[in-house]
Design a protein around this ligand. Structure first.
Ligand SMILES: Nc1ncnc2c1ncn2[C@@H]1O[C@H](COP(=O)(O)OP(=O)(O)O)[C@@H](O)[C@H]1O
Ligand SMILES: [Mg+2]
Length: 356
């Protein structure tokens, strides 16, 4: 029987990516199928084997993106939530938001406070996951399936395909004790792996996992980075908010080197931009030109600035609380709606996700 053979161009077409992407996969993935034959004009593969590999790849590699800045109040949460909502609603992706910040802002943005209180009391938040490891004498209570809240957001009264792993203010106290769980001998693995292990049964369901990190590079953030394929830095274009960006890039780069795999600095998003402020305009120009690390003795490059930026706007500020019950993107984000749409598109492009 004649085998159904395909070349690189056909594989690219099957996967809806460029030929270059397929060439990259061949280099990057050890398990990329071996060619069935090498013909004069290049290698060819058995179609069925390639199809199987592609299917597996789609399932097993969600894009996991951490949103990080060492500064609070720079719209990390707002950006994480808006991008998640747009990916799920307008691009029909399966998205999980992980709220790693004890401030619990992403949680309170996506579900009502009353619902959160019930979940918190029942131990159905990430605080419980970490508490289980700290209080090892007690029986573990956290169950990832139960903790995932499905179809969250006020938009449309809930967005299909948008899930949330909620946080809790209890995490403030618990995170202090986390670095010591391994030393105390009550956890046989690295405390940076707690989230990774817990997510294993569910993570492959998602196309995107977006992590709202606390404003630090402590153990909790490291739990997020451990599963991240990339990270995004939201920042107000001023001196104090951009000040820590080098620390982040440097720290994550070292962390990734130790892991032996890349965690891609996907870019910087300018937020709460006030066009009339000379300082904002100047810092924006520096970020655009990639000049932020100038004067530092480093090989590291400033992550590129996303073209889309978010303006300071009262409507966007109002959208942060699920109690406000804003049911459309327009109502929730006001004039920043299209900027968030543009940003989401750019993020997908940087993830190499084909347009629908
Ligand atoms: N574009 C914006 N214009 C005005 N206020 C904003 C904007 N984006 C966010 N905010 C408000 O700024 C505050 C901080 O935003 P948030 O997303 O919680 O930042 P972070 O997570 O970095 O602490 C919140 O009150 C939020 O509603
Ligand atoms: Mg926040």
């Amino acid at each position: 029987m004649q085998q159904d053979l395909v070349g690189i161009s056909e594989i690219a077409e099957m996967a809806n990516v460029t030929r270059q992407a397929v060439t990259n996969w061949r280099q990057r993935y050890d398990d990329f199928p071996k060619p069935a034959q090498v013909l004069q004009n290049g290698p060819v593969w058995n179609r069925e084997i390639v199809e199987h590999w592609l299917k597996q790849k789609e399932g097993r590699t969600p894009h996991v993106i951490s949103f990080i800045n060492l500064k609070g109040g720079v719209a990390k949460t707002t950006t994480t939530v808006a991008v998640a909502e747009l990916l799920a609603k307008e691009h029909r992706k399966h998205v999980l938001v992980i709220d790693l910040d004890p401030q619990t802002n992403a949680t309170i943005n996506l579900i009502k406070e009353e619902q959160w209180k019930e979940l918190d009391e029942a131990g159905r938040t990430l605080a419980q996951l970490f508490e289980d490891k700290v209080n090892f004498q007690l029986p573990a209570k956290f169950n990832v399936e139960e903790a995932i809240v499905r179809q969250v957001s006020t938009i449309d009264g809930g967005i299909a395909r948008l899930d949330l792993l909620p946080s809790s203010i209890k995490l403030i106290e618990i995170q202090e004790r986390l670095p010591f769980v391994a030393i105390q001998g009550n956890y046989d693995k690295n405390p940076q792996d707690i989230l990774k292990v817990a997510l294993q049964p569910v993570i492959d369901r998602y196309d995107f996992v977006l992590i709202d990190c606390p404003p630090s590079l402590g153990v909790v953030t490291k739990n997020g980075l451990k599963i991240s394929t990339g990270y995004i830095i939201p920042t107000i274009p001023d001196i104090v908010s951009t000040w820590g960006i080098f620390q982040i890039v440097d720290n994550v780069d070292r962390f990734a080197t130790d892991l032996g795999r890349p965690i891609r600095p996907m870019g910087i998003v300018a937020t709460k931009v006030q066009g009339t402020m000379e300082l904002h305009s100047r810092v924006m120009r520096d970020l655009e030109a990639g000049r932020l690390f100038n004067g530092k003795t480093t090989e590291l490059k400033q992550p590129p600035l996303f073209k889309s930026f978010i303006k300071q706007n009262v409507d966007t500020a109002r959208g942060a609380d699920a109690e406000a019950n804003l049911r459309t993107f327009k109502a929730k984000y006001g004039p920043n709606c299209d900027a968030f749409r543009g940003l989401t598109q750019e993020i997908m492009e940087r993830c190499n996700v084909p347009k629908r």
